[in-house]
Write a protein that binds this ligand. Sequence first.
Ligand code: DOR
Ligand code: ZN
Length: 430
Amino acid sequence: MTSLWLIRGVRPYGEDPVDLLLRDGAIAEVGVGLVAKDAEVLDAGGLIALPGLVDLHTHLREPGREDAETVQTGSRAAALGGFTAVHAMANTDPVADTAGVVEQVWRLGREAGLVDVAPVGAVTVGLAGTQLAELGAMADSPARVRVFSDDGFCVADPALMRRALEYVKAFDGVIAQHAEEPRLTQGAQMHEGVLSARLGLAGWPSVAEEAIIARDVLLAAHVGSRLHVCHVSTRGSVDIVARAKADGVAVTCEVTPHHLLLTDEYVTGYDPLFKVNPPLRTADDVDALRAGLADGTIDAIATDHAPHAMEDKECEWAMARPGMLGLEQALSVAVEAMIETGLLDWRGLADRMSVRPARIGQLDGHGQPLEVGRPANLVLVDPDVRRVVSSADLASRARNTPYAQRELPARVVATFLRGRPTVLDGKAQR
Ligand code: DOR
Ligand code: ZN
C-alpha cells in the first residue's frame, strides 16, 4: 500500500514555512512550492511541525485493568497528544516480567496501529523487589525490550539494583528507577513540608527520592551501566543528576508535565485528582525542574500517564490511588511551562519530547530530524489556539485529569506515523 501526503506551508521547529512530501513512510522531499500529482494535500499554514513525540513512561493498564485503560484507548490518547511512540509500563496484571507478557502488549500495540508501543519489562519478578526477572528473554523477544522498570515501586535493594544494572549492559539496556526509599515514605500522602503539617497528612519527604538517586548514580558509575531516573520532582534531585553528569556518569532523567506546572497547593482541597507519586512539590521545586529541563540536566518530559477507574479516584484522599492522566495534555502543558516562559524554543522542546526519549529508549525510527530520507513520524501543532480542557472529551478510558476546566495553549492538529495520519484535524483516524 502506498501513501502520499503533501503538507503545505508548515513551519518545522517553528522556523520558516516549507512543504513536506511524505511518501511510503518517509520524508521524500522538503522544499518550497512542491507539487505532487495524486498526493493528498494538507494545508498546514500557521502550523508547526515537530518529530512525533515519544513517551518514556505511559501506563496502559492492559492486561488486567482494562476498565481503566486499554492499549487501544491509550494509543488513541497518545496519538491525539502528538505521540508516535510510547513506552508501556510493566505494572500490569499479570506484571510484564516475562517474554510472553511483553510480547502480548507489543502485539496489542501493533493491532491498535496508532503509535508504536514499546513494552517496558519489570526488573523484578512480580515487582516484588526480591528476584531478578528474565531481562534477557524480554530483550530477545519480538518486543525487543530495552527499558526495564519496577515503576510504581522502587528497586530498593541495592544488591539487586546493582545486578540489574550489570545485566542490561549486555544489550545496552537501561534501568528506569522509580526513586523512592520505601522506609521514608510509609503511609505518605503528599509532599512533606509546611502544607502537609497544616493539612495533617503524612509527608513524602524530598530526601526519600534524592537518597535513592544519589545511591543509584554511584552504583551506575561503579558498574559502568546506564541509569534512567523516572519523574524527578525535587530541586535536590536535579542537583544530584547535574553533579553525576558532570562526573561522566551515564545517567538520564525525566520530568512529568504535572511536576512542571502544579504544586502541593492543589492538595489543599483534598481532591484526589491531585494525588500522585511522587507527590506535587513546592513552587521552588517547579522552578528548579523547569531550569533543569531547559539546561539539559533533565533529558525528557515523560507523562507518567496513569489512568485510574472512577472508584479508585472518587473516594477519600487516603484511599485514592496515586496518578493522573497526561498523554493528551502533555504538549500543551510543556508549551505553557517551557515555551511561553521562554525557557525552551520549539527545537528544544522537540529535543526533550522526541529526540532524547527515543534515544534513551533505543527506538529506531523515532526522534529523527525532519529531513529527507527520515521516517515520516511527525506531529503538526497549532501554537496559537487556547482551549479549555474538558474531561468528557478525553480519548482515554479514564477521567482523572488534573487539567479539567483549565485553559491551556496549543493544539495537536495532525499526527503522522510512518507517513499515515493517525490524527487529522484533531480527530483520531481509527
Ligand atoms: O502516581 C503514580 N501512579 N506513580 C507511580 O509510580 C505509578 C502510577 C500508577 O501506576 O498509577
Ligand atoms: Zn513511578
